[in-house]
Design a protein around this ligand. Structure first.
Ligand code: HSE
Length: 432
């Protein structure tokens, strides 16, 4: 074994960074044996130096991340700061100064992955980011390496633990969105400002990264259609249950049937209780991958948290250190397929539409005609008269597969019917 250690600069020492430092220390001998050389924590860049960091030599702590990265003797920079800047500048500087990079930064990778990969390649460096998507769950490496000989057609996943916790709570207790969010906040699952999670931004960044890697093409954050889950109601869960379904916030990346384009989207959807993703409870994540040769694969585990995310970071650190020792680099950017990303209107799926309608002769025929005029085929219709004496009824229509554009046109036309009092909810039905 080489005795000269590989030097690691840790940028960020919060929930994840402190766990990375702890595991590097407690598992030092095993990591050295697995890598073929010891790894040494050479510096830790933090924002608040006064905070006590158990197990970390205070002499290693600095507030000057740029100077740390520019030291010239750093082999690997581990970036767990998050956000776009200064993380982006620090990573590009790290490449310029000869280091490889391990990052957990989904927002940055989703926004600037192509430029960062190009910078890594220019400097014969590695850029690994297993921790950026679904915490501890091995996903990037399986897609980049294990499935490199296969053709992935679909990636369907629960990639946000906070929203899965909230939806699971609503499903199991009948709670409304706000009540379930309050519990998630009290238990520390939801952040004080939960926007990134509940509005689907976090999941959209992960979908962009997964789609790009799975289909060997460029998928930017702006290419991902996004709807949050704040509008999901207890009534939606009751409707889902009546169909033998539950509701999940899904990230869905698909290759078109003709292989010529891809789509990526994040939105709440009904999935059958028989689908493996339906049984993903609490704050867990799971990703279902469908490919030509392997068939269906499911990856499941903790998608967030200090130690689980650090596990993914450490796995990357070992891989990058091994590459450093062998003088090689691992798999880089693979976007050769150059597939266009189709807009949401071209996505084809099934829909569950809940309408409030007048309960009088001819209304059902009128509604059915609107669906027919837009080329949307109805699978089932369920009508229930309301008990409030107002003469209205609740009409639930489930469609066969149709394009999102056709469905949008249908709903617009339904809203213009005098007999349709309101469109109570529209939910896509997936996983069948
Ligand atoms: N906030 C994310 C989640 C974890 O709830 O899954 C980090 O991506």
């Amino acid at each position: 074994m080489r005795t000269r250690p590989l030097k690691v600069a840790l940028l960020g020492c919060g929930v994840v960074g402190s766990e990375v430092a702890r595991i590097m220390t407690t598992h030092a001998d095993d990591l050295a044996a697995r890598i073929g050389a010891p790894v040494e924590l050479a510096g830790v860049a933090v924002r608040r130096p006064s905070r006590v960091r158990e197990g970390i030599d205070p002499a290693l702590v600095t507030t000057d991340a740029t100077a740390l990265v520019k030291r010239g003797d750093i082999d690997v920079v581990v970036e767990v700061i998050g956000g776009i800047e200064p993380a982006r500048s620090l990573i590009t500087t790290a490449f310029e100064y000869g280091a490889s990079v391990v990052s957990a930064n989904k927002a940055l990778l989703a926004q600037d992955g192509a430029a960062l990969h190009a910078a890594a390649e220019d400097h014969d460096a590695d850029l690994y980011y297993e921790a950026a998507v679904a915490g501890a769950i091995p996903l990037i490496r399986p897609l980049r390496e294990s499935l490199a000989g296969d053709k992935v057609n679909r990636v369907l996943g629960i990639v946000n633990g906070t929203t899965n916790f909230i939806l699971d709570k609503m499903d199991s207790t009948g709670a409304g969105y706000q009540e379930a969010l309050d519990e998630a906040t009290a238990l520390g699952y939801a952040e004080a400002d939960p926007t990134a999670d509940v509005e689907g931004f976090d999941a959209a960044a992960k979908a962009a990264i997964l789609a790009g890697i799975a289909f060997h093409t460029r998928v930017r954050l702006d290419d991902v259609y996004r709807e949050g889950m704040t509008e999901v109601t207890a009534a939606d869960f009751a409707s889902a249950r009546a169909m033998g379904c539950t509701i999940k916030l899904l990230a869905i990346c698909e290759r078109a049937a003709d292989g010529g384009s891809v789509t990526a989207r994040v939105h709440p959807a009904m999935i059958p209780l028989s689908h493996p993703l339906a049984s993903v409870r609490g704050a867990y994540n799971a990703v279902f991958v469908e490919s030509d040769a392997a068939g269906q694969l499911m990856f499941y585990g903790p998608g967030a948290g200090g130690a689980p995310t650090a596990s993914a970071v450490l796995g990357d650190l070992v891989a990058v250190c091994r590459n450093k020792l062998s003088g090689a680099t691992g798999p880089g950017d693979s976007a050769y397929a150059r597939l266009p990303v189709s807009p949401m209107g071209e996505v084809v799926t099934r829909y569950h539409i809940s309408l409030d309608v007048a309960d009088k002769p001819g209304v059902l025929a009128q509604v059915a005609t609107v669906f027919a005029e837009h080329g949307v085929s109805i699978d089932t219709v369920r009508q229930q008269g309301r008990q409030d004496g107002g003469g209205d009824a609740s009409l639930v229509v489930v469609t066969h597969r149709a394009s999102d554009a056709s469905l949008t046109g249908t709903v617009e036309a339904l809203r213009n019917l005098d007999t349709v009092r309101g469109v109570a909810s529209i939910m896509r039905v997936e996983g069948e």
